[in-house]
Design a protein around this ligand. Sequence first.
Ligand SMILES: Cc1ncc(COP(=O)(O)O)c(C=O)c1O
Length: 329
Amino acid sequence: MAYGGAMGYLPFREVIAEYLGAVRGVRCESSQILVTTGSQQGLQLSAQVLLDPKDRVCMEEPGYPGARQAFVTAGAQLIPVPVDDEGINVAELIRRGRNARAVYVTPSHQYPMGMTMSATRRMLLLNWAVRSGAWIIEDDYDSEYRFGSRPIASLQGLDTDARVIYIGTFSKVLFPALRLGYVVVPGDLVPAFSAARDAADIFSSTLYQAVLTDFIREGHFARHIRRMRMLYMDRRRTLVNAIQKELGDLIEVIGAEAGMHLVALLSRGINDVAVSRNAAQRGISAMPLSVCYSKPPARGGLILGYGGANAHQIHDGVGKLRMSVQEIA
Ligand SMILES: Cc1ncc(COP(=O)(O)O)c(C=O)c1O
């Protein structure tokens, strides 16, 4: 019940280090684990520790708005770098990212488009970071839920030069209101991250860390993941089928092989913000894809989460979405 250390509750950091080593191929000691209140805090602390105002930070385009927000708040200058079906385009990164201090990537499951970064790109990215002295901020937010293929090891595990800051969260694998995540901090940055956390809010709730430590140690966590993987696979299939049936002529589904969301690309000329607003009035939350771009994209879309909706809600929701898309089209 007393104050805890800024890096977190030691038994919890030990189980996280063990879990990440076994499941994500992350190479770290428990001393490198900083427990956070979710990845957003991991991003914010990384920005605070690693960046000076006006530093250049490369971002996947399209990319995660929460990361953009964290870097912009730290005064960084963002450089968008396009992604393709192998992840971030490293040739473009080399061209545009001269003097960049850091790059933000989601290699396991690109947010929002859903592809996995290829092995070649991973090696090229790590080489670029070493050559240019830049940091790689790896956001591994939902890698536990893959449906077609086995989980792919982290970029951090391939890094031999301590250039990768690995950020994870329990928001997706458990639930967001828990507000627990972690950063795997390169050894020599531990004092700086620890001081930044201490200055921000001192430490995360020990109670939740202790409960989750037991939950993981007693095997409930692994069982939960196995069970939820089946459930989400079902929900994903239900959503994809419902979209194809109801909206197949107006929407193309991409990125449905992992995680708890997919992207529904709209036919050219349909404004995704207008569709999203219309859907919200019908009680459907569908984030417009265009908010993930720094400039308006050629083709808009909707980011559809299916983790928290049962089959009935998915069918009902897609029916409402059809009305919104048709009305705006
Ligand atoms: C790319 C990405 N990173 C991180 C998160 C999770 O953030 P947090 O752990 O702060 O809840 C999300 C949630 O949607 C996300 O999409």
